[in-house]
Write a protein that binds this ligand. Structure first.
Ligand code: NAD
Length: 354
């Protein structure tokens, strides 16, 4: 598949390939848009089966970042980088080479931590470029965004409860959480504090057991979590949890989670609506992590924006109902409208050494 074929009807501005045989670096940086600001998005280090899989992932993730930044009202575009390989490649030279690649884009793309990369990696990258964020607190960064992401998911759940059941409180609400890693575990603590009735599952049984022990929540096998009879299902593990195989078995009223790309494809949003399940778009529900990282870039106060996700969710749900479309479609329209309305109207806006 060629690059333009992979882009298809999307409107990515730029795709950059970085190749450094001396360190083993093979990177693809996809920039969806710089119309609202520099394209911020993490670097994923993953052993993709081939170049095409890496390219498609970078393009898809870059668009999702642009929609997320726009919907959250941030002055940022969207981009994402993928590196083909695993941590056996990692050396300081490897990250410094990658840092120079980012630097060569002159600020069009700002990177951060993502799957397979760490705040420590960002510290090494920062030796070569200032276009990096998501660093540890000890390195003058904002630290791990996960607790903030979890708070944002809570706000999205409260708005969902307001919309469906006319109350903000999650007291007594039955919530099933798939994945209790950095975000999921923090979310479960918030939910228990609010008096919700929580059931969890994680492929890492030790993580699930620790929360059962600490909080008295219930744990079920991972192949049962998506079909729990509950009010809210919260996918907080990997993407693609909502697909033609899983959707028929769901027994929830709403879905609000932190995972990126929860829908395997956009058509799954319609399948959820047909089953009368309210799906809060992932890029709205999990935007607090980006809001937190963005505050590191522009010094803005993330707190009010994170709390404001409550209003964002209600706006999306009301627009969807008014326009007779799925919440996913309504959120995409809102995000793309803002890029058109408030964007510079010109591509390749950032980069070139500002
Ligand atoms: P994490 O790796 O800390 O946690 C993910 C957890 O899911 C792990 O404990 C893993 O064992 C578990 N898991 C994997 N497959 C599973 C399965 N099939 N069933 C049950 N559990 C499974 O990651 P995280 O930082 O908590 O992020 C969770 C999700 O939220 C990811 O999709 C991430 O992209 C997204 N997200 C995270 C942030 C953030 O601030 N960390 C921000 C936005 C979006």
């Amino acid at each position: 598949m060629g690059v333009f074929e992979a882009i298809g009807n999307d409107s990515h501005e730029r795709v950059v390939v970085g190749n450094d045989p001396s360190t083993g670096l093979k990177a693809i940086i996809a920039i969806y848009s710089t119309q609202l600001g520099p394209a911020l998005g993490g670097t994923r280090l993953f052993p993709y089966q081939n170049d095409e899989a890496a390219l498609v992932d970078a393009l898809r993730l870059a668009r999702a970042m642009a929609l997320k930044a726009s919907a959250a009202g941030l002055s940022l575009g969207g981009g994402k980088a993928v590196i083909i390989g695993d941590r056996t490649l990692v050396t300081d030279d490897f990250w410094r080479s990658y840092g120079r690649l980012i630097d060569s884009l002159g600020g069009a793309y700002i990177t951060a931590e993502d799957v397979g990369t760490t705040t420590g990696d960002m510290r090494v990258i920062a030796q070569e470029t200032r276009w990096v964020t998501g660093r540890a607190v000890k390195d003058d960064g904002g630290g791990d965004p996960s607790p903030v992401t979890a708070r944002g998911v809570m706000r999205a759940m409260m708005a969902t409860s307001r919309y469906l059941w006319d109350r903000d409180s999650l007291h007594g609400c039955r919530v099933a959480v798939q994945g209790v890693g950095k975000v999921g575990s923090s979310l479960v603590r918030h939910l228990v504090d609010e008096g919700a009735d929580v059931v969890i599952a994680d492929v890492r049984q030790d993580s699930a057991d620790a929360l059962v022990e600490e909080l008295g929540v219930k744990s079920v096998p991972t192949d049962e979590i998506l079909s729990q009879d509950c009010d809210i299902l919260s996918p907080c593990s990997l993407g693609g949890a909502l697909n033609p195989e899983t959707i028929p078995g769901l027994r929830c009223h709403a879905i609000v989670g932190s995972a990126n790309n929860q829908l395997a494809t956009d058509t799954d949003a319609a399948a959820l609506a047909a089953r009368d399940i309210l799906y809060v778009p992932d890029f709205i529900a999990n935007a607090a992590g980006l809001i937190h990282v963005a505050s590191e870039v522009d010094g803005s106060d993330a707190g009010a924006r994170v709390e404001g996700l409550y209003d964002s969710v209600l706006t999306v749900l009301e627009k969807a109902s008014k326009e007779g479309v799925t919440p996913h479609e309504a959120a995409v329209r809102l995000a793309e409208d803002r890029i058109r309305r408030e964007g510079s109207g010109t591509t390749f806006r950032h980069g070139g050494g500002e």
